[in-house]
Design a protein around this ligand. Structure first.
Ligand SMILES: Cc1cc2nc3c(=O)[nH]c(=O)nc-3n(C[C@H](O)[C@H](O)[C@H](O)COP(=O)(O)OP(=O)(O)OC[C@H]3O[C@@H](n4cnc5c(N)ncnc54)[C@H](O)[C@@H]3O)c2cc1C
Length: 209
């Protein structure tokens, strides 16, 4: 697939790598209760809305997304709290941190950018020095401003759990950075499961917009 890659923050992204199912897959799963399938577009949309409103969650588990995501640690440590889903994460034991692996908020002024750049250069210098002294990467990284370091992960998640993520992380109460990632995931979700997204938005939108 790989056709939906949305840039987020200064260097991150959310990319849809693969997907199983559609709105109709969810409808068909719900209608298996009566050994039936589609009853036409409007009836199917109405059913999806009813399912979502009434908390009949399992049909939404039949559609599954596989994302590749690049986030700074400050976002990842919040994301990974979502237990219903599968993660595989880039290892900073096996890959080096380099100049371009740090998140710096755009909203910071020149002074703060300058201060961060100085800390980054100093810490990268010690990080490399420590490695040259035989310290393994996983210990050398303790010298880095770790919350800012980007890494990449794969997240496989069903539509039910994705909607839980969206509800919580699009909310105004969530940190600005993860809200931006949630926006990107929302765009992909809405594109791939438009009827489900409509049902979700009707019930939840008011909470996060
Ligand atoms: C604005 C905001 C602030 C937050 N602040 C903090 C904080 O200060 N400290 C902190 O530790 N966390 C914090 N969190 C994280 C939050 O508590 C959740 O851990 C996180 O949002 C994942 O939500 P979840 O459990 O619904 O998702 P998932 O783990 O994906 O679970 C999905 C659903 O599965 C069910 N479920 C999963 N596991 C269990 C279980 N063990 N028992 C019963 N049901 C289960 C629940 O219905 C759950 O809603 C914050 C989250 C947000 C959005």
């Amino acid at each position: 697939m790989g056709d939906s890659k949305i840039p987020v923050l200064d260097k991150g992204y959310v990319e849809l790598q693969d997907m199983m199912g559609s709105d109709r897959t969810i409808v068909a799963a719900a209608r298996v209760s009566y050994l039936q399938d589609s009853k036409g577009e409007q009836a199917d949309k109405n059913l999806l809305e009813h399912l979502y409103k009434s908390g009949h969650g399992t049909p939404f588990e039949m559609a599954v997304f596989k994302f590749r995501v690049k986030t700074p640690e400050v976002v990842f440590r919040q994301w990974v709290r979502h237990r219903i889903g599968s993660f595989n994460v880039q290892s900073r034991r096996y890959t080096d941190v380099g100049e371009d692996d740090f998140y710096v908020p755009e909203s910071w002024g020149e002074n703060l950018h300058g201060a961060f750049e100085r800390i980054k250069q100093d810490s990268l210098h010690i990080y490399k020095l420590a490695q040259n002294m035989g310290i393994p990467r996983e210990q050398a990284r303790l010298f880095l401003p770790g919350f800012a370091v980007y890494s990449t992960f794969i997240w496989t998640v069903n539509a039910r759990s994705l909607m839980n993520f969206l509800k919580l992380r699009l909310s105004k109460g969530a940190q600005l950075e993860i809200r931006q990632y949630a926006r990107a995931a929302w765009e992909i979700f809405e594109d791939k499961l438009p009827w489900t997204a409509e049902s979700f938005a009707k019930k939840e939108w008011v909470k996060w917009d």
